[in-house]
Design a protein around this ligand. Structure first.
Ligand SMILES: Nc1ncnc2c1ncn2[C@@H]1O[C@H](COP(=O)(O)OP(=O)(O)OP(=O)(O)O)[C@@H](O)[C@H]1O
Length: 378
């Protein structure tokens, strides 16, 4: 659709967000650039942990009705920024608006009520609830209206039927309806991701924030997840997702924001951003001249890394970047900082419990275990 056609369609409320080709930024793409139609505007948001500036974002705008990927090496501050924007953490400084409403200091559930919702990995407790109970929990309106209310029928009075109907509709859409009475912990990695997304939609959000939607998802379910995310946009929602999976970023993001050491270091359309020297530097340290968005670039990087004694790559344990997987479109590329790890889907995404931490039974098990083999998605 032409730019004028889009403008006319927008004013008549019939815009097709999938074919809207109007520019996203007002001017040239650059860190902190202004957007034509921002849904979130953040200024001087900082969060320190001890001596670390986990987040130090001067200015950031998230474009409405677009899919924006937030990428960056491990420890760049992506999750912390998610937590701050959604009221799950408190910044040292800064303010931000969602659809013109100041959110600084607002509690997470109020932020969700306004229509800005983030997904969470299923916790241990949620794993012990059925799929339907999890959906009902997603609809809870106040902090007090939590587990108990989600579990016991009758408490929500008139809302009960609406909530159940809405949940049924979403479960059908996400092909989880046959699992409605199963415990969430029994779902495969991909089905859990679908449940997390479906649950977030119970509040009918305008902005959906997804934290590593592809983590732990078997390639067989990758396309379905990508389609679901694209559908959110088609239905008029804005999507912001954190992801290490370059394949996914390249294929579904309209816009990419790159963070490193707490700051936004690059922004732009995926094809442009992945050629950006600041991005390559942030991800790969000394390994320059590589286009992460191209399969050839991945091969080139792999050769460079193989020849570099400092880089742990090329053994089964370290994992290989798999260019053939990118051609197939099913597997994915994950690049850690300093080029330390390009790994296959489902292997690199698990964060094993650290010393003193207990594994969450609701989380997928460690890679390479027999249990992993059993728990793959259908
Ligand atoms: N609760 C915390 N206490 C202390 N330090 C923290 C805490 N949360 C995050 N950090 C630190 O803040 C920095 C940013 O972490 P964050 O998890 O936001 O990065 P990230 O980009 O999401 O990384 P990843 O891709 O590995 O998830 C890191 O140095 C991290 O160690």
């Amino acid at each position: 659709m032409s730019e004028t056609g889009n403008a006319a369609a927008e004013s008549s409320g019939t815009i097709d967000y999938m074919t809207d080709t109007r520019p996203i930024a007002e001017g040239a793409a650059a860190p902190g650039c202004r957007k034509r139609d921002p849904i979130v505007i953040a200024d001087n948001v900082t969060r320190r942990f001890g001596g670390i500036n986990a987040v130090d974002v001067e200015h950031l705008e998230i474009p409405r009705h677009k899919i924006t990927a937030l990428i960056g090496p491990n420890g760049a501050g992506k999750t912390t920024l998610f937590n701050l924007l959604t009221g799950f953490d408190t910044p040292n400084s800064g303010k931000w608006q969602f659809e013109g409403t100041d959110l600084a200091g607002m509690s997470s559930y109020k932020v969700a009520r306004l229509g800005m919702v983030r997904t969470f990995q299923l916790t241990k407790v949620m794993g012990k609830l059925t799929v339907m109970e999890n959906m009902r929990l997603g609809a809870s309106e106040q902090p007090g209206e939590k587990l108990r209310n989600a579990l016991f029928r009758g408490i929500w009075g008139g809302r009960e039927k609406d909530i159940t109907d809405q949940a049924e509709g979403l479960l059908t859409k996400f092909k989880l309806d046959t699992k409605r009475d199963d415990y969430a912990a029994s779902l495969s990695g991909g089905q859990r991701k679908l449940l997390e997304m479906a649950r977030a939609l119970m509040v009918r959000p305008k902005l959906v924030m997804l934290d590593e939607p592809m983590a732990g998802v078997n390639p067989a379910l990758t396309q379905s997840l990508l389609d679901h995310i694209k559908n959110l946009k088609a239905e008029g929602m804005t999507v912001l997702f954190v992801e290490h999976d370059m394949h996914m970023v390249r294929h579904i993001a309209d816009w990419v924001v790159v963070m490193a050491e707490g700051k936004v270091v690059a922004e732009g359309p995926p094809t442009e951003v992945m050629k950006d020297q600041a991005v390559i530097d942030a991800y790969l340290g000394a390994h320059h001249d590589v286009d992460l968005g191209a399969a050839g670039g991945v091969e080139e990087l792999e050769e460079e890394l193989a020849a570099d004694d400092q880089s742990v790559v090329g053994t089964e344990d370290a994992g290989m970047i798999a260019p053939e997987a990118i051609h197939e479109g099913a597997e994915t590329l994950r690049v850690g900082h300093n080029g330390d790890a390009g790994r296959r889907t489902g292997e690199a995404r698990h964060r094993e419990p650290g010393p003193g931490e207990v594994r969450d039974p609701a989380s997928p098990p460690a890679p390479h275990s027999a249990e992993t083999e059993k728990k793959v998605d259908e």
